[in-house]
Write a protein that binds this ligand. Structure first.
Ligand SMILES: [Fe+2]
Length: 219
């Protein structure tokens, strides 16, 4: 099945869709590319302090609008949990985990500044999630230039599923990320690809990339 576990299409919750019209435009693009089921994963970070309530309300709104406009896209709800002290301990304490497909938790690291994690050690948090019977997904490792290959391999060996972005292959984040994603793929550790869809620019780049014959992965 053509699934996307990573998208920012819910309206006005984070740095993705800004309003419901924007959300519908992104949902249409996902449908046009061929995705059958898409999980909405707004950020839960210090900058975007979402909760299951804020996400749930935006999700219900988009679900209704998708039905009203007959877009034909099956959407689900989760979050992209960033390992930062402002929100991750609260997520655990208040039981805000909303597993993707009943088992996966999307756990991102800060994009450029690992010091933002404070005392949080990613491997310990991944193991904590595994001990709860869930499976962590690490999104876009190709964008974390501070993350050593050895560290990344240790996450994969611990049972973390590695998810790269289609956009990285399409050149959306520049040449260095594109080279990095290809070298990570060569390691044979990538389980999933995601759109990480945020806005119209992503739509433009990915539409061109899919039009060139690049295909959606099936799980
Ligand atoms: Fe994301």
């Amino acid at each position: 099945m053509k699934l996307d576990f990573h998208s920012h299409i819910l309206p006005a919750l984070d740095d993705g869709a800004t309003c419901i019209e924007d959300s519908l435009m992104l949902a249409k693009a996902l449908k046009d590319w061929g995705f059958e089921r898409v999980t909405c994963t707004p950020h839960i970070t210090d900058l975007h302090r979402n909760t299951p309530e804020t996400i749930g309300a935006a999700f219900m709104l988009l679900k209704e609008e998708i039905e009203k406009h007959e877009i034909g896209l099956d959407i689900r709800m989760s979050a992209e949990y960033r390992l930062v002290p402002q929100t991750w301990p609260e997520v655990l304490e208040k039981n805000w985990l909303m597993p993707i497909e009943d088992k996966f938790i999307l756990m991102e690291l800060p994009i450029t500044k690992p010091e933002q994690m404070g005392d949080i050690k990613p491997l310990e948090e991944f193991k904590r999630i595994i001990s709860m019977g869930l499976t962590p997904i690490l999104p876009h490792p190709e964008r974390y230039f501070y993350l050593s290959r050895k560290e990344l391999m240790s996450y994969a060996e611990a049972g973390v599923k590695i998810q790269c972005n289609y956009g990285s292959l399409a050149g959306l984040y520049g040449e260095a990320v594109e080279q990095n994603v290809r070298s990570i793929i060569d390691e044979g550790i990538v389980s999933f690809y995601g759109t990480d869809l945020h806005n119209a620019h992503y739509v433009k780049v990915l539409t061109e990339w899919f039009a060139k014959g690049n295909e959606i992965a099936e799980y």
